[in-house]
Ligand binder design. Structure first.
Ligand SMILES: Nc1ncnc2c1ncn2[C@@H]1O[C@H](COP(=O)(O)OP(=O)(O)O)[C@@H](O)[C@H]1O
Ligand SMILES: [Mg+2]
Length: 215
């Protein structure tokens, strides 16, 4: 199966979510290929760091840009799990990754630009669904502040509800937590870190998302 982590907005946690899903999927005994389809290549760098630090299990790595649809479909057939990370703008890679995916994870942060970016994503998803592509969509509200009471978060939730027929009612929520940065610096996912008071909440939130993605 192919999981695309994609939206038309940068800095919302696409690479964080893609690398964490890849790491946990691999730790569950699945052969995982991580495809970085963002020219910025942070996901690829994470994979190289993982290799350098000899973190196991191994995750296969590739970079792909441009007209990647048929290559993605071939990868989807060749591997148990393929995870594709794309750049935060409207790009051919984003469109092809969404076209090739079985599950689309759409992260967003609380903020007006994110609200606008969801409208653009929902139009694209609707078009894809209308053309006969049948993929599951999982919205994620990421980087929520732990004491969040802001209207921005409420606005984002309302926007997801307005676009309910595309996104479903309940976005998955991930709070802003240092554990994600610590894990990335080790070439790991949060679930590969020692469980402690500092990591357990990030681990639980990631595990819940993992459960939804691979249900
Ligand atoms: N849940 C989170 N908690 C804390 N920091 C996060 C979280 N998600 C992402 N980040 C941080 O936010 C920044 C942008 O995340 P990144 O995954 O690179 O976004 P994108 O790939 O969408 O551009 C990075 O510094 C990353 O470590
Ligand atoms: Mg990224």
């Amino acid at each position: 199966m192919l999981i695309a982590v994609a939206t038309r907005k940068g800095g919302v946690g696409k690479t964080t979510i893609a690398t964490n899903l890849a790491a946990h999927r691999a730790s569950q005994g699945h052969a995982v290929k991580f495809i970085d389809a963002d020219t910025d290549e942070y996901g690829y760098m994470w994979g190289m760091l993982r290799r350098h630090k000899e973190v196991t299990p191994n995750i296969l790595l590739a970079k792909m840009t441009g007209a990647i649809y048929s290559d993605l479909m071939a990868e989807r057939d060749a591997h148990d799990t393929v995870i594709v990370d794309v750049g935060g703008k409207n790009s051919p890679e984003l469109i092809y990754a969404v076209g090739a995916c079985d599950v689309l994870v759409v992260p967003a942060e609380a903020g007006q630009f994110d609200v606008w970016s969801l409208t653009a994503m929902s139009t694209m998803i609707r078009e894809m669904h209308a053309s006969g592509k049948t993929f599951k969509v999982i919205p994620v509200m990421n980087k929520i502040s732990s004491d969040d009471r802001s209207t921005l978060t409420a606005n984002l939730e309302t926007e997801f509800e307005k676009l309910e027929e595309v996104f479903g009612l309940k976005p998955h929520k991930i709070v802003k937590r240092n554990a994600f940065s610590w894990a990335a610096a080790e070439g790991r996912g949060v679930t590969e870190m020692k469980r402690s008071r500092d990591t357990e909440k990030a681990q639980d939130e990631l595990l819940e998302l993992y459960g939804r993605v691979f249900a």
